[in-house]
Design a protein around this ligand. Sequence first.
Ligand SMILES: O=C(N[C@@H](O)C(=O)O)c1ccccc1
Length: 328
Amino acid sequence: EQVVDQEYHLDQVSTWPESSLQLGQVSGLALDSDSNLVIFHRGDHQWRLDSFNTQARYQQRLLGPIQQSTILVVDPAKGRILKASGRNMFYLPHGITTDKDNNYWVTDVALHQVLKVSSDGRDRILVELGEAFTPGSDINHFCQPTDVAVDTETGNIFVSDGYCNARMLKFSADGKYLSQWGAGSSDRRRRTPFQIPHSLVFLPDRKEVCVADRENGRIQCFLAETGEFVKEIKKDEFGGKVFAIAFTPAEDDLIYAVNGESLYHSTPLKGFVISYSTKRILDTFSPNKKEFKMPHDIVVTPDGSVFVGDVGSKTVFKFTAEKLHRSV
Ligand SMILES: O=C(N[C@@H](O)C(=O)O)c1ccccc1
């Protein structure tokens, strides 16, 4: 691999947040239209090995929904809580995305649902997809859906479904089913199914939707219009698992990703900055104060700050790009 002469390196901002956010398992991150950070967390609920039975049915339904505010809007500079909502609605939060009106599109793996929720503090459910607590694989049921991406051009949404399905679905902004597809590959012999499509990102300039195909340790990108396979980014350095991906229009050739623990060999957990066009890894980063335990989602702000939400350490980490003093 040709050495890339690095100009910047992402370093942890260890003083962020200024005061504790009292988070549970952090499953999802998003940005609102003011580039504030939106955190989706599980309060006092945890996804454990016994949370689901062999039919993927959630076992702790009688505990009721999480009573803490599961959706926090915090300012990216200091980490102060600006808004809190999402109480008494969710059981096992997973992905969160905002649309152009700052509504929240969320997934809950216990509910097996995708919900569009108002961000006015009234938590109004504007669109409800899937049947509560009922896993399935037709167009009205999901199985532990993981994330949503919004096509900013058309308003259509993409759903990655999920831990117990292996597909991507496309719906209109008001929830009408449009299409679905499995893993992409132009060459049918290479068609390998998704293994936990886990995180989505929409690339507005290319009109593509990319998915972190978690257990295949690869990123796949598809044309938003047709679902046609465009490109795959798979790097040995990922160590076999890619948990989440992110993009900011301000840096339109970069894709950001975090990897995950793999059972076989102990891969260092870290973030990656990848060139979409060359597939080269331009930078890697990890916290220097605390360790990553299960980095689970990632977002990038237009000014280049990177936030990583970690399910294992119940923490959100902030990184900023520092200019490297290059020796002449
Ligand atoms: O991957 C898992 N969890 C994370 O992705 C998450 O918590 O979203 C998981 C898998 C099996 C059992 C328990 C947890």
